[in-house]
Design a binder for this molecule. Sequence first.
Ligand SMILES: Cc1ncc(COP(=O)(O)O)c(C=O)c1O
Length: 491
Amino acid sequence: MRDKTKDIDQNQVPLFSGLLAHAGRNPWQFHIPGHKKGAGMAPEFRDFIGTEALSIDLVNIEPVDDLHHPKGIIREAQELAAQAFDADYTFFSVQGTSGAIMTMILSTVGPGQKILLPRNIHKSILSAVILSGATPVFLTPEIDQQLGVAHGISLATVRRAVGEHPDAAALLVIYPTYYGVCSDLQSIVATAHQHGIPVLVDEAHGAHLYFHPDLPLPAMKAGADMAATSMHKLGGSLTQSSILNVRAGLVDPKRVQAVFSMLTTTSPSYLLLASLDTARRHLAVHGRETLSRALKLAEEARARINSIKGLWCFGMDIIGRRSSSFAFDPTKLCISVKELGLTGLEVERMLRQEFNIEVELSDLYNILVIVTAGDTAESIDTLIHALQSIAARVTGRRVRRGRVSFPDLPALAMTPREAFFSRTEAVPFTDSAGRIAAEFVVPYPPGIPILAPGEWITSKNINYITEHLKAGLPVQGLEDRTNNHILVVAN
Ligand SMILES: Cc1ncc(COP(=O)(O)O)c(C=O)c1O
C-alpha cells in the first residue's frame, strides 16, 4: 500500500526516467526483443517510429523492473499513480481497461456467486462473468426516450437490488457513461457498503475526472472499492494502456495482484508503461490548466451547436431529468441530430466524406464528439462549420421519432458460463421462443442486450428485435451476420 503520510512529488516520472537512463547506457543487448533498438527491424517501420522510442522497447530485465512483481521503478510509478488517483494501490494495465475490468471481477466473484450489474455493459464485463462462473443479476439502466440512449443505474434501482440480493459478492457500476452522465455514485457506494458489497466501477470514460474540480466526482473519491480507468481514452497515455485503482478493505489487493498477473502478458510493453507514468505526471501537474481549456472549448462548442436549428447538444440540463443522472461531464458533446431527419450514422458519414472529420461514435439519433486538451479553437470551428453546413442543407425534412420501449428482462435459465460452454445450435431467430440464448442480442440504440447467454427467449423479445430489424436498425451480437439465426443451447 502506498504510504499516505508521505507526499510524493508528482513531478517525478521514475519509470520513464529509469528507462531513459537504461537506454542512455546503450547496453549490448542479448535479449528479446530481437529487433535490438530497431537495428534488426524492417527499416520503414524503424524510420517511422524512430530509434529513440525503440530504445525503450524492452523486456523485464532487472534494471527496468517487472510488472508481475514490481519492486523498483514500476512500483514507484504505480505508487505515484495511486496518490494521484486517491487509491491505496494502482496497477498498470497493458491490456486496456478490458484487462482491468476482468481483473476486478475475477478477483471479487467466483463460481455461483452473484454479481449485480447494469444491462448496458461492455463485452469485457460479460467475458469476466463467463470466466468467473458468477451469476449475473442484471439491473435495468435508465433509458432516455428523447435521446434514445441508456444512462446510469439509479440509486433506487441499486437500493432495490441490494435489498433483494444482500448476498451479492459485488456491484458493478458504469460511471460515467459513454455519453458523460454520472449516477449518484457516493450514495450507491454507501448503499452497497451497508451490506458489505464491494463496488467495482467501469470508469473507462473518467480518467480526467480526478484532475479538475468542475468535473464530476471521480470513482475513487466517491468511495469505490475498485475502478478500471482508461488512461488511454481521456488521460493522454498510449492506446491500450490503462490503470486499475484499488481501495483495500472489502477487496484484497494481494488477490487483485495475483489475478492481474494471471491475465497479463509476460511481455508487457514498456512504451505503454512509460506513457502511463508520463500521462499521470502531466495530469497531476498540468491537468487543471489543460482541462480548464478543454472545458471552455467544450462549453463554447455546446452553445454554438445549440444555436444551429435542428441540433440539440445536452448539457447540465440533463441533470435531474432522470433519477439516475446526478452529474455530467461537459467535455462530452452528445449531439442529437434526429430533428434533421438524419440518423447519427448518416451525419457521421457526411462529416467523414465531406469534411474529413471523425467522431467518437454515432447511433440512431446522435453523434458523440469528445473535446480534450488536444483540441484548439480551430478544431472546434471546423466541427461547427461542418455541422452548420449539414443542418442548412437538410432542415425541414421529416422528423424522426424514436421508439425505445423495452421488453421485460428475460429470466435466467442457466449462468452465462453454462450457456457459453454448452453444446449450441443455430436456429431461425423467429422460431427460437422457449429456447435458451447462447449469445447476446443487442439492438442499437439503446445498446442494451435484449438477450444474454443463459436467458430464456420469449416471443416478446423476438417481436422487439424483429421490429428493430424491420426498421433497418442495427442489431449486434449475433454470430450470423444476416441476423436470421441465433445460437441457442442445444436440446
Ligand atoms: C464503457 C466501457 N468500458 C470498457 C471499455 C474497454 O476499454 P478498453 O478499450 O481500454 O479495453 C470501453 C471501451 O470502449 C468502454 O466504452
